[in-house]
Design a protein around this ligand. Structure first.
Ligand code: ZN
Length: 440
């Protein structure tokens, strides 16, 4: 039975199939943030409370959460292919053979991969009403996201952008066509047999994001609006603005419910009101701190790169940077408000700074002195500066082997030092490109 307080639409929202690409994803804390393992293996069904269990997703695949009711299971999120099939199978083996509803916390491909499987098990699909428009945005940029997702997530194992894009696309094709049976604007009440659920629109990571509230267990399911890292408020694979105010309001909405269980869609459940309040409050305050610091810096006339360097979270708000990074969020917030122009008059024109690289290389006496200088930078721990310098050198002297070798060394050192899942992906992409150029 379905009861709506505000706006309920029971409708088909899309008429053509779509390709949902691997989109923003989150990950649990610690070493698992860098988990590149096969997401289909070692998947127990973990109980959280009576009538509530989940399969924990790995390697940028969402959890699949199950609420057992007298009218069949309610599934929250379905992981990404191929993990979605493995989650489905292990739940089947554990008696979840029939589903009443699949609730999608948002339209990212790492949550929607198993929708068809659960529909065949009888489920109706529930999403927030912005879901269709969000899928259309992803579909419109299919080619762009194929390249970017392939680089960032390295699903195909670091074999270069093209192979990764193919792997990413093939793996995600199963989530191509999703038409929700039920959508809502702000709030939806859902009675499923003996179980009552409330769904709230809680935008943050995406505009169609929702939170599920299960009153009888005081359990909240908040998708990707919380995970154990600063949020990916700007994701390197490309995104529309993710507004800090929306994250903050959505976290406050969840806090106002006073949950005793919170199950995010990546990572493990948080149990206990005090710990939930501590963590969600800390995250809200960390986001607010970064946002307010960016605004203060903008009004003081500082540029985005200066603020990327300057803004750090105080110790009590340190939520980790295993997935999102403060510096990327700083620039993301800055440019969400101000756009791309940085005030340098030369930036008004299409000729980039790299247009003068051939002149610089000639002035330096060729590629070798630049490669030698890059090696000196590497010895003094300046890997990023070595990347900049070798990029200039290669623009003036394409394919130069000594420059490529310096570049490879810089990438290898940075990869070893990094603890951020997305950063490692892009560094591996750069390493693969340099090795390919060197014929390795
Ligand atoms: Zn996700």
């Amino acid at each position: 039975m379905l009861r709506s307080f505000v706006t309920t639409t029971v409708a088909c929202l899309a008429t053509t199939p779509c390709v949902c690409l691997a989109q923003q994803a989150a990950a649990p804390a610690g070493s698992r943030l860098l988990d590149n393992s096969d997401p289909t293996l070692n998947l127990p069904v973990t109980p959280i409370a009576p009538g509530l269990r989940y399969v924990i997703g790995r390697n940028v695949s969402s959890n699949t959460i199950v609420i057992d009711t007298s009218a069949g299971a309610v599934i929250i999120d379905t992981s990404r292919p191929p993990a979605s099939r493995a989650h489905f199978d292990v739940l089947n083996k554990n008696g979840v053979t029939k589903a009443a509803y699949v609730i999608l916390t948002h339209g990212h491909g790492d949550h929607t991969g198993g929708v068809d499987l659960w529909k065949k098990a009888g489920a109706k699909v529930v999403a927030q009403e912005n879901f269709a428009e969000f899928l259309q945005y992803q579909r419109m940029l299919t080619g762009f996201f194929a390249i970017r997702n392939g680089a960032q997530y390295q699903f195909a194992g670091g074999q270069g952008a093209a192979a990764q894009s193919r792997g990413s696309l093939a793996a995600l094709a199963q989530s191509a066509s999703i038409v929700p049976d039920i959508t809502f604007a702000k709030q939806l009440s859902l009675d499923v047999g003996d179980t009552h659920l409330e769904l709230y629109h809680t935008p943050g990571e995406t505009p169609d994001h929702l939170t599920v509230w299960l009153p009888k267990l005081k359990a909240a399911f908040l998708g990707d609006n919380y995970y154990q890292s600063f949020p990916n408020m700007y994701t390197l694979r490309g995104t529309r603005p993710r507004w800090p105010a929306e994250y903050i309001q959505s976290l406050e909405k969840v806090l106002s419910l006073q949950p005793e269980i919170v199950v995010p869609s990546h990572g493990t459940a948080i149990v206990g009101k005090a710990e939930i309040t501590r963590r969600l409050t800390q995250m809200r305050d960390a986001i607010k701190y970064v946002h307010d610091a960016v605004i203060a810096g903008m009004n003081a006339g500082k540029d985005a790169r200066t603020l990327m360097d300057e803004i750090k979270l105080p110790k009590e708000l340190d939520v980790g940077e295993g997935y999102g990074k403060i510096s990327w969020s700083v620039r993301g917030i800055y440019e969400s408000y101000a756009g791309w122009f940085n005030g340098d008059p030369a930036e008004m024109f299409s000729q980039s700074r790299s247009s003068v690289s051939p002149s610089l290389v000639a002035l330096a006496g060729g590629a070798q002195p630049i490669a030698d200088e890059a090696q000196k930078l590497l010895k003094s721990g300046k890997e990023v500066e070595a990347l900049h310098l070798t990029a200039i050198g290669l623009e003036g002297s394409p394919g130069d082997k000594s420059l490529l070798r310096a570049r490879i060394a810089a990438f290898e050192t940075l990869i070893k030092a990094s603890t951020n899942r997305n950063e490692v992906g892009w560094l591996q992409q750069g390493l693969a490109q340099a090795k390919t150029a060197l014929g390795q």
